[in-house]
Design a protein around this ligand. Structure first.
Ligand code: NAD
Length: 320
């Protein structure tokens, strides 16, 4: 009998790569998504597979899945600033009610559940790099608070289900990840830079571009999540690439890759934008024997080739 896994947020960037991973590893995959930011195009190659099924469902509503489930991967949530600033209430609801429903399902099915948390739980961090023991510096009433606090609540209710209902839980804190199937117009730095370069527009960097991020290629992230799911560890684990870069240098790397002759221009920094971000992955290395292996050069090339191969109309598509 194949093991079965439910993946929420399956039509999104990370969810769709997770579906591929679990199908490749020989699982039966039940994918669920309400398509609020996701796209069925990310999954259509899996539709003919008899081990794959898709439910169009909003997980803030009661979730019913027939049959057994061994694992649940809870990835449904708007994830980019453009998305969660446009749909703040849905973001809070999916972090709160959506997570509650997933945990209830895990309890009912006696399934192990892994929830997708984020480096945003550290807010604008006062500790650098960020270990899992750091409690964070989040502004609960700032514009980003809807996402950061939804994820902090998600961690909290997950631990409560673990402690009080003995549900078998895992928490991954994901740092900025990139790769094919991101949306060019989702407002995150890399697709924004590549989209502007493809359209021949100047590349926009917020502030002076001295703020840093650490970008992890999607295949590295998926491998880390897979290992964490199969591990015994129930505390939060950072998964990300510690190779930190300033946004200015990152924009220059993208520009060099595309060979375009556009300029880099500066725009005002958004409110509460974190100044630096770098995962401390000591725990993941020790527990999971995991570390990222894809260099930024290789990952950027793969991602750029994906976006370049899209029909030109996609380069100009406006956000949903
Ligand atoms: P995404 O927007 O591409 O995917 C999210 C998916 O969730 C979409 O397909 C969307 O339609 C679906 N969804 C949202 N609300 C839903 C609901 N109520 N019911 C059912 N489906 C719903 O984003 P992503 O980058 O793939 O992120 C996936 C998860 O990983 C999110 O939980 C996000 O917070 C987390 N995460 C991502 C990153 C990253 O760098 N990509 C970093 C940290 C955390």
């Amino acid at each position: 009998m194949k093991k079965s896994v439910l993946i929420t947020g399956a039509a999104g960037f990370l969810g769709s790569h997770l579906c591929d991973q679990f199908i490749t590893k020989g699982y039966r995959v039940v994918a669920m998504d309400n398509l609020i930011t996701g796209d069925l195009k990310n999954l259509e190659h899996l539709f003919p597979n008899p081990d794959f099924e898709f439910y169009h469902h909003d997980i803030t509503k009661y979730i019913h899945v027939p049959g057994t489930l061994d694992y649940i991967l809870h990835f449904a949530s708007p994830a980019s600033p453009i998305d969660y600033l446009k749909i703040p209430i849905q973001t809070l609801k999916v972090g709160a009610m959506g997570t509650h429903n997933c945990l209830g399902l895990a309890k009912d099915k006696k399934a192990r559940i892994l929830v997708a948390s984020t480096s945003e739980v550290y807010g604008d961090p006062l500790v650098h790099p960020q270990p899992e023991t750091y409690w964070g510096n989040v502004n609960p009433i700032g514009p980003r608070g809807v996402y950061d606090e939804a994820k902090r609540y998600m961690e909290s209710i997950t631990m409560a289900y673990h402690t009080f209902h003995k549900v078998d839980t895992r928490i991954v804190r994901i740092f900025n990840t990139y790769g094919p199937r991101m949306r060019l117009n989702d407002g995150r730095a890399l697709p924004a830079f590549i989209g502007q370069a493809l359209r021949g527009e100047d590349i926009t960097v917020f502030g002076e571009g001295t703020q840093t991020r650490s970008f992890c290629y999607v295949s590295d992230l998926v491998e880390g999540i897979y290992r964490l799911l199969l591990s015994d560890y129930t505390g939060p684990v950072n998964i990300g690439n510690p190779n930190e870069v300033s946004l200015r240098s990152f924009a220059e790397e993208v520009l060099a890759l595309t060979g375009n002759k556009v300029k880099i221009v500066n725009r005002p920094l958004p409110v509460d934008d974190p100044k630096q971000r770098q995962p401390d992955i000591t725990l993941a290395k020790k527990l999971l024997d995991w570390a990222p292996v894809v260099s930024r050069k290789e990952g950027l090339e793969k991602t750029y080739n994906y976006f370049r191969s899209l029909p030109e109309a996609e380069w100009h598509r406006q956000p949903k």
